[in-house]
Design a binder for this molecule. Sequence first.
Ligand code: NOJ
Length: 763
Amino acid sequence: MKHLLFKLQSFLVLLVFTAASAYAQKSPVDMNRFIDDLMKKMTLEEKIGQLNLPVTGEITTGQAKSSNVAKRIRAGEVGGLFNLKGVERIRDVQKQAVEESRLGIPLLFGMDVIHGYETVFPIPLGLSCTWDMKAVEESARIAAIESSADGICWTFSPMVDICRDARWGRVSEGNGEDPFLGAAIAQAMVRGYQGKDMSRNDEIMACVKHFALYGAGEAGRDYNTVDMSHQRMFNEYMLPYQAAVDAGVGSAMASFNEVDGIPATGNKWLMTDILRKQWGFDGFVVTDYTGIAEMTDHGMGDTQTVAALALNAGVDMDMVSDAFVGTLKKSLTEGKVTEEAINAACRRILEAKYKLGLFDNPYKYCDVKRAKKQIFTKEHRAVARKIASESLVLLKNEGNVLPLAKKGTIAVVGPLADSRSNMPGTWSVAAVLKNATSLAEGLKAVAGDKAEILTAKGCNLMSDAEYEKRATMFGRSLHRDNRSDKELLDEALAVAAKSDVIVAALGESSEMSGESSCRTNLEMTDTQRMLLQELLKTGKPVVLVLFTGRPLVLNWEQANVPAILNVWFAGSEAGFAIGDVLFGDVNPSGKLTTTFPKSVGQIPLFYNHKNTGRPLADGAWFQKFRSNYIDIDNEPLYPFGFGLSYTTFSYSDVSLDKTSMTDKGELTATVTVTNTGKRDGAEVVQLYIRDLVGSVTRPVKELKGFEKIFLKAGESKKVSFKITPELLKFYNYNLDFVCESGDFEVMIGRNSQDVKKAAFKLL
Ligand code: NOJ
């Protein structure tokens, strides 16, 4: 009897899918009709079930309360799962939903595919330093191909939170401090993941996060309070989220922080008025991990109250809190939420499933053959290697220590010299750590038999073993060495003595940045600074290969080490890519997208600040009763947009085709850039604009354009930027998006400080 019933059920499920196939043309009318029909069959419990994204296992953070997931799937209490890896496992779980739940509604399978899947690309902060939108899009495309081949149809990316505080560990996960660049990257990522329309089986749904302002937590502490004016919010933080919406992002994630005194997860103004009504977002909103439950600790009420708050604010899916499934039915009976609100949320989730084609074929992403063929392929790895090499930023190269010759003996020294597990970087959930290439392995491969590579650890990551534990979680151990500091150093010095040049692989371990990895001291750790000092004393050329997920305070290193190559965490192919750059097969072209301060005390430090009423006179570093400090100057160590090359570029003066325009006109600013060195190379030409007088105060400059060009040695190229009134718009006191007539300054140059200027008027 049971068997017969199951057969009947499977037949009904088949009917649902056959019906869906007939509607699979994706016209909104077809979709609505299909979802109307389906929702008519759904019980209230099943509708609420769609809003539930319980904890799956493997990656667990926060206050997970769910268990017994399979049973709940069969009961129709689950809308999706996340961070479950493996196409066969996903297929099995999907089968439970499709064949064993009453209506057979397929599940969404999400994952934090943040910077690649098994082929890992640079951490987002590093990727942003390529300033190469094609590369950014391609990285997301490959991530989509690989993850979809392994059963995933939804990624919790792009993370587009603007951050001006290097203490925050998650600065590594975003695109730096600039909203204009951040918006371009947000769109490139969404295009890469979602492809044309998410209809193909290698296109997945993106999720823009964390909405909103998560990068502006007080004191750079994770999950901390955010409080800012609406003018700052809209002019300096919101653009990347909105850009993702404009690019058609399918979902958005609420942030952990509060905005205007109300946690984002329960903030109706944010989720409904801005996101949906003002920007026209038509996807669904998911909370962050236990975001609803955390509103109780925020002081917003008990579970039932905060769940109702979230739903009424416009949240559709509850990640891990179990608060929607646990309380919405009761809240409905008590009149705290409406059936319309539950229906609207359920509909949005079903729409996402429909758009992904899951009703058409719930196993669309579960092709085991694809998984075998399309993950961590030679082709994908070659692209990742190229993109990784573009993300490296050359911070110093005194006396042209770099590039290294492929000859003699090279000592690769430091706790990160020969680690594979630390190469992919934070939030590389799907990475197979042993597949990554360590720095020493990469250098050996690139140098071939022309140079000998010797390695030594030199020191532990830091002297405090407990701190090292916190900095090397999730299988990213640096295998703390029990030898004494002296023994480790002696070994390193012996290796250095046999070598012609020393590559010091130092900085942060991969888990020193990322979620819940905030720091107050951003200098090199004690043991690593000591090692570096001793290596410099050998008198041999020293190159600092700096691993980091955030801006560090590097005054001492800048003053004492001849060459510094910032390599971030550049992914599974980083070892090769660093070799390509160190040996000069690739000329570095990365430019910083985040300011490196001289002191933590300067933070927040960012290039697009306001002038104040008491700015310093040009060239002065201190003036009494001016806006400055008495101990150090206001300047960064490395400004936004900065990065060196093995060649040099000269910039002509800026020429404008006219010196005024109306609000219907446009003008063009042009420079000629010449490669004045002996090597071919790429340069990121940056356009900044200053609005000199406004109805509200305006920043001293704002990035408004960029172009990455490639120039052969000796070659020149004209680079032109079109300046339109649209580009000059900002949110005024009333939050109207306007441009105001008056004087503007145009600046074009190699970084935010080294620019050529011209002026024009908006009539
Ligand atoms: C918490 C993080 O804040 C978020 O970025 C991530 O997507 C979720 N956990 C899911 O892992």
